[in-house]
Design a binder for this molecule. Structure first.
Ligand SMILES: O=P(O)(O)OC[C@H]1O[C@H](O[C@H]2O[C@H](CO)[C@@H](O)[C@H](O)[C@H]2O)[C@H](O)[C@@H](O)[C@@H]1O
Length: 245
C-alpha cells in the first residue's frame, strides 16, 4: 500500500457531489496479476457487476486497458461497456460503435521480427492487432535485452515503447490512456462529469495526468512513487470493495 497517499473518499460521497465518469484499468486493478496474460482469474460475475455499476453511473464507465479489446472479451464475454484497448488507441462506445478514427494495424514485419526473436529467447510474445508485448515475468534479467530490441524496432518503424509490469510493449504513436480519457470526456454520456481514473501500472500515469489536469481524481492501486495519483487503494480486492462490486 502506498504510505504517502490516503484512501479515496467513498464512491457514494463523490457521487453526492455530482456526476462522475469512471475509467478503470483491467490487469492489476480489476483482476489480480497472474504469471501469464491468459492465466488471470477473473472474479466471478465481474462483467455483470461492472454493467450494474455502469447503469448506476448512467453509462459513464469505461475500461481502459493495455490489452486488445477482443482479448478482454475472451475473459469477460462480449463487452457491453465503453472500452479503450491496446493502451487506449482502440475506442468503443458501450453499444459497440467505434469512437474516433480506426486504430492503425501493427506492422507485420515487426511482428515477424519479434516472433523470430522470442523463439531464441525466454520472452513470450503477446500479439495484438495494434501492438505487441514482450513478456518476461520471472526473468527480470531480460529487461535490458528486451528494451534494446524494442527501441531498435520502434526507431525503424515509427512506433513507441511502453514498459509495464514485467512487460515491454511496442505501440502505435498516440496510444496512451490519457488520450482515451480525453476522447471519452468529449462525448455523451461522459462529457460534463468529473473523471475518476483507477489504475496500478506506470502506463496508467497518462490517465492520471489527464484527470488531474481536468479537475478529476486519480487512484493508484498498490504502491509506486512518484505517481500523479491523489489517492491509493491497496489491491484489486480493495478496488472492487470501493466500487461496491
Ligand atoms: O492496462 P492493463 O489492463 O493493466 O494491461 C496491461 C498489460 O496487462 C497484461 O500484462 C500484465 O498482466 C499479466 C496478467 O496478470 C501478467 O502476466 C503480465 O506480466 C503483466 O504485464 C497484458 O498481457 C498486456 O497486454 C497489457 O498491456
Amino acid at each position: 500500500m502506498n504510505e504517502t497517499l490516503p484512501a479515496p473518499p467513498p464512491l457514494d460521497d463523490l457521487l453526492a457531489e455530482g456526476p462522475i465518469a469512471l475509467f478503470l484499468d483491467f490487469d492489476g486493478t480489476l483482476v489480480p496479476i497472474a504469471p501469464t496474460p491468459d492465466g488471470i482469474a477473473v472474479p466471478a460475475g465481474l462483467h455483470a457487476d461492472l454493467l450494474q455499476l455502469a447503469e448506476r453511473l448512467d453509462g459513464r464507465l469505461a475500461l481502459v486497458s493495455g490489452r486488445a479489446l477482443d482479448d478482454i472479451e475472451t475473459h469477460l464475454g462480449a463487452l457491453d461497456l465503453a472500452a479503450a484497448g491496446s493502451h487506449g488507441i482502440d475506442r468503443r462506445h458501450a453499444n459497440g460503435a467505434q469512437l474516433g478514427a480506426d486504430a492503425v494495424d501493427f506492422p507485420q514485419e515487426v511482428e515477424q521480427a519479434l516472433a523470430a526473436f522470442v523463439q531464441e529467447s525466454r520472452f513470450s510474445l503477446e500479439r495484438k492487432p495494434h501492438g505487441a508485448a514482450l513478456h518476461y515475468r520471472g526473468h527480470p534479467d531480460l529487461a535490458d535485452e528486451g528494451m534494446a530490441l524494442a527501441r531498435d524496432l520502434a526507431a525503424q518503424h515509427e512506433l513507441e515503447v511502453k514498459r509495464g509490469k514485467a512487460v515491454i510493449e511496442l505501440v502505435q504513436p498516440g496510444a496512451d490512456k490519457g488520450g482515451a480519457v480525453q476522447a471519452f470526456m468529449q462525448v455523451t454520456p461522459f462529457a460534463g462529469a468529473k473523471p475518476v481514473f483507477i489504475g496500478d501500472d506506470v502506463t496508467d500515469e497518462d490517465g492520471f495526468a489527464v484527470v488531474r489536469e481536468t479537475g478529476g481524481i486519480a487512484i493508484l492501486v498498490g504502491d509506486r512513487s512518484p505517481s500523479a495519483a491523489h489517492f491509493a487503494l491497496a489491491n484489486t480486492e480493495a478496488v472492487r470493495a470501493w466500487l461496491g462490486l
